[in-house]
Design a protein around this ligand. Sequence first.
Ligand code: ATP
Ligand code: MG
Length: 746
Amino acid sequence: MSKLLENLNTEQHAAVTLPPQAALILAGAGSGKTRVLTTRIAWLLQTGQASPASILGVTFTNKAAKEMLTRLGAMLPINTRGMWIGTFHGLCNRMLRAHYREAALPQTFQILDTADQLAAIKRLLKALNVDDEKFPPRELQHFINANKEAGYRPQQVEAWDEYTRKRVELYHEYDAQCQKEGVVDFPELLLRSYELLSRNEPIRRHYQLRFRHILVDEFQDTNRLQYLWLKILAAHGAEQPAAIFAVGDDDQSIYGFRGAEVGNMRDFEREFHVASVIRLEQNYRSHGNILDAANAIIANNSKRLGKNLWTDQGSGEPIRVYEAPTDIDEGRWIVEEIQQLVRDGASRSDVALLYRSNAQSRVLEQQLFSSGVPYKVYGGLRFFERQEIKHALAYLRLLANPDDDTAFLRVVNFPTRGIGARSLELLQDSARTFNTSLYATVPHLSGKPASAIGGFVRLIEEMRHATEELPLYEIVDHILDTSGLRAHYRAEREGQERLENLDELVSAARYFMNEADAPVAEGEEAQHGDPLSRFLAHASLEAGDHQAEAGQDAVQLMTVHAAKGLEFDAVFITGVEDGLFPHEQSMNDIASLEEERRLMYVAVTRARKRLYLTLAQSRMLHGQTRYAIKSRFFEEIPEGLLKWLTPRVQAGFGASASYGQRSGGSSSYGGWNKSPVSPKPREAMPQQPSRDLGGLRIGQLVRHAKFGDGVILAAEGSGADAKVQINFGSAGVKWLLLSLAKLEAI
Ligand code: ATP
Ligand code: MG
């Protein structure tokens, strides 16, 4: 038997060696889906059933794509560069770069990230004199993206009312603006690529003949457009469609809010005549208690496709729960705990801090930072999204494509060159009149605006001239000086870190070219586009992958969404409070609550050996102090799996208790490097009292004489001061004194 297949169980083995046909592997977290997918690629190559060029692998993050390539490289003596393995966005970008003409894009088209896109929309609304209170830019952005992700251009959107008609018109105007400026947003990458394939027969045929094996990880999170893209690439309906190998887990579908559809799994099964669905049930990742908790949580969801997960690893340690008085204490406690783990032999990169919302990371970062614990944040404000980096990239983008108005406006007066708002308005007005980009309009200006803005255009032209022959990293270095960015931050009191980041950008460019410059082997295709454009696309798509101090042993911080597919020895899920996790916007309807539950399931199943759930009784969020209570998800975990590390509040809520004691002291870390142990009997811990809400509980539906029906969200105070927070739907969210509210349970 091939060595590749040695470490697979029977079902995994069957999945890896399926004949080339449509296949669906439906299996729970940690059951080896990604491992099966990677091994299958290696097996197809090793047995000569496929050449590297005939493989298309879709992963969910760039990190996952890299990992897959590394693993393949280790399994087989092959050059992996000929394979198309990446995210949907990355692959579509690659295709559009190769066929930019046919896709009606400039060769140097630039990619707008989410923030750039919002800026472009705001600019559009302003130019068209649209009231942004009536048409909030963020909402419009969502409208546009949702339509693109469903595959709809403006003319295909059905608009029954005046308001929608106006939004469709703005969608249309926005597309025209992007086209004029030579920029594409994230969903556009996909839609454009899909349209290219559907309209251009030779190109379609080319890829259909080429990609005989299409393998998709995290299939449950594909949206409609991604599904259509796969369908057309696979030559669905043709005599010899490609073999699509899809792996997924309906319980981990967490992008419903962005249009992902679990229904795609059913459609796939039906439309591609999937003969058999393979299920993997053994979990190799987590110890028993962790898995039991995950299974118990997800069992509360309805409409599951149904799976069982088991492990032979032993139950391991109990799940530790820590309730802190404030979010700052929560962060401090976590940091101490991590330091203890490290003393006990854990490496920092095997520890993850997960949170439901990005905004939570600030406090955690602050605590880590002040204790000198190295950490790395995925998502959030990533390297390429930092202000100074975006400014530098804007100069580079103008070198590549002067028509990029977003980039133009970002730096035309940064660092300040005395260009006034009035001059820029004039410029924008003329650009509209001539229907040209801002850059191209400058020569038409006269008077004061002409000289001020003309100076900027000359600067860019000089930069272009001076950097023509330079290698990429020297181009970057050059523009940092000539733009005045370095001088600007040098003069800033707190500019040191920004200066370091700018230097890091030069390193990133150098690193990028080293990778890209590796000799192209025979039979491999060269990458399309000039180095600068490729680097800029990389910056938009792979933000965060090259943070400073690569290779340093650092604690991993990320949102639960970003943690999908990953695993760590120890995981802290922070802010496990009602209103935060589940998120307050998702607590009151079943479908959203079920998505929150899947998120919790994803979070819990990231842990191999040790899981912590932490919460705070009060926290600052978005500038306000919020009083929170523990998440309803605690109720769904069998008590016996949990170990509360804090004494519980004695009577009523709001009563004081002493915090910060570590139950068991350092002895509780003993099991770290040992083999899994069964949980010790639960230590004597005061029990969580049931809060006296006059027979009511959090989450309960109640009726109020004036406000109507609502759901209890939170509670505070005790006795005569007891207050409850209730969401009354259209009547709003209110705090009411329990003794006066006369609530009726319904
Ligand atoms: P997720 O749903 O979270 O993406 P997954 O199903 O993709 O999980 P993998 O990440 O592929 O699961 O595997 C989980 C862990 O189990 C990995 O560390 C993997 O190497 C290990 N593993 C998978 N199969 C086996 C096996 N047969 N023997 C030993 N270890 C295995
Ligand atoms: Mg996986």
